[in-house]
Design a protein around this ligand. Structure first.
Ligand SMILES: Cc1ncc(COP(=O)(O)O)c(C=O)c1O
Length: 484
């Protein structure tokens, strides 16, 4: 009954918190039952987190309330936070985070899919610290081996002739640069991106992004948003050829017949772990190239082995892009992004000086290079495949038992769980998602939220997340669902 009341309260609160356009900012609000439900005597006791022999340092900094007050005052109203009472996270170790009271949480969202090797991974940390002691910054007007070594290592991970690397500081910057390259190389303006995509929040990439929750009303550039080849929600199911035809229609009817390029994530992260219909990219890349455009793969979330089956997301669709953009996991938390392309495409950039003050600075290069080494040494791609398949199998069991789970999707350790109130209509279970989200936090599990309606749980943990963590996550989810 307490849970039923909390859902009603959540629904009421949700109604008050949805923005004017009726769409909730993903995770920008949350609902906590005013009192925790007391499990009935027959209910199982809450699952216990796997053992982890690490004692967090005593925290002597400001409290959550003090931080929140200062943040509200000085960091602007658009900055959102998870949970009704936001967490004050003060330390991280591998797949775990600790709050100000030393409470441990299983981090199943990795700082929005950013911490690839693990929080404060010792080898990455060591590379950063050692480089910081020698030289933090001098810019690329001088030589330094770290940027060249890192570029060589990154290029060795790429297929085909993708051998020229540009370093930037974020995913948005990487996509800005990729779009600039596509326009310069093709001599055309128009870009194509998918509905439900997220490619950044800068004034240029906001046009590529296609989720109204993240778009301000500013000029969006010459951008066409084509039908999303979404096997769960798309009206053509998994039939890639029909979705691809929509791209051809846009080229034929909406442009001069020539385009600058096409950009897509292979699994849409912010959009709720939506994997594109199989075979879609192959068909679309052909069409776009025929129309004079370049094909850009946004690997900001899908790269570096997270999908388990492949190192890069685009490989799951059997294509080789002309430009690949990356960020987040490449730096394990460092502000780092990259664009990789072919020498031929890169040559158009030589018309002017292309400069980025901090892109590829020695500290980020040393850290990013260490990330590549650690992922290889610890065989994280294979690990993501194994743990991901166990997690997916257990999620499918849960799906059989709980009608609210409408869809389980994704690959490796990039998974989405879509919650619906009606499986046929696929009605977003917004209020229930909010309640479960809080309950998982109480149990010590931090997941992400995604999708236009914020009703998709995103499971995208640091890649050191193991089978015991996966079991605990499922047990916690099962426990929370059983009380709903
Ligand atoms: C797929 C994708 N591309 C680009 C971006 C933008 O990256 P950043 O926030 O580092 O600018 C994101 C961020 O979430 C992303 O998920």
């Amino acid at each position: 009954m307490a849970w039923r009341n909390s859902i009603l309260r959540a629904r009421d609160q949700h109604r008050r918190l949805v923005p004017r356009n009726g769409v909730a900012l993903c995770g920008s609000f949350s609902t906590v039952p005013s009192s925790s439900p007391s499990p009935s005597p027959s209910a199982d006791s809450p699952p216990q987190m796997p053992r982890f022999d690490y004692v967090p340092k005593p925290y002597k900094g400001p409290s959550a309330d003090e931080v929140l007050e200062k943040r509200k005052k000085f960091l602007g109203p658009s900055l959102f936070y998870y949970y009704q009472k936001p967490l004050n996270i003060v330390e991280g170790k591998m797949q775990y985070l600790f709050d100000e009271n030393g409470k441990r949480y299983l981090d199943a969202f990795a700082g929005i899919v950013t911490v690839s090797c693990g929080h404060c991974h010792p080898e990455v940390l060591n590379a950063i610290v050692e480089q910081s002691k020698l030289l933090q910054h001098a810019t690329t007007i001088y030589l330094h081996h770290a940027i060249a070594d890192f570029a060589e290592a990154l290029a060795s991970k790429m297929p085909g002739n993708l051998k020229v690397v540009y370093f930037v500081n974020s995913g948005s910057e990487a996509n800005e640069l990729a779009m600039l390259m596509a326009r310069l190389y093709s001599g055309n303006l128009e870009m194509i991106s998918l509905r439900n995509a997220y490619h950044g929040g800068s004034s240029g990439t906001i046009g590529l992004t296609a989720l109204n929750t993240w778009k301000y009303s500013i000029p969006q550039g010459e951008i066409h948003h084509v039908m999303n080849p979404d096997p769960y929600h798309g009206i053509f199911g998994s039939d890639a050829s029909i979705y691809a035809k929509d791209v051809q229609d846009h080229i034929d009817y909406g442009t001069s017949g020539k385009v600058a390029g096409f950009i897509a994530e292979t699994i849409q992260g912010v959009g709720g772990a939506v994997e594109l219909a199989p075979g879609y990219l192959k068909l679309v890349y052909d069409m776009v190239r025929k129309a004079g455009g370049l094909c850009i793969a946004d690997e900001v979330q899908t790269g570096f082995g997270r999908t388990g089956s492949h190192y890069w997301g685009f490989e799951t669709q059997g294509v080789i892009p002309d430009i690949v953009t990356m960020a987040k996991g490449i730096g394990n938390g460092l502000p780092l992004g990259a664009v990789v392309t072919t020498p031929e495409i890169a040559s158009v950039m030589a018309q002017k000086i292309q400069f980025n003050t901090f892109g590829g600075n020695p500290v980020c290069s040393a850290g990013g290079h260490a990330v590549l080494r650690v992922l290889d040494k610890e065989k994280r791609q294979e690990h993501c495949a194994h743990v991901g398949s166990q997690l997916t199998a257990r999620l499918r069991d849960l799906q059989e038992r709980y009608d609210i789970i409408g869809d389980i999707r994704g690959r490796g350790l990039m998974l989405g769980i879509e919650l619906v109130t009606d499986r046929k209509e696929k009605t977003p279970a917004k209020a229930e998602t909010a309640v479960l989200f809080e309950k998982l936090r109480e149990l010590g599990v931090l997941v992400g939220k995604g999708g236009l309606h914020g009703n998709v749980f995103r499971i995208m943990p640091p890649m050191c997340f193991n089978k015991d963590d996966a079991d605990f996550l499922i047990d916690a989810f099962d426990y929370a669902l059983s009380k709903l």
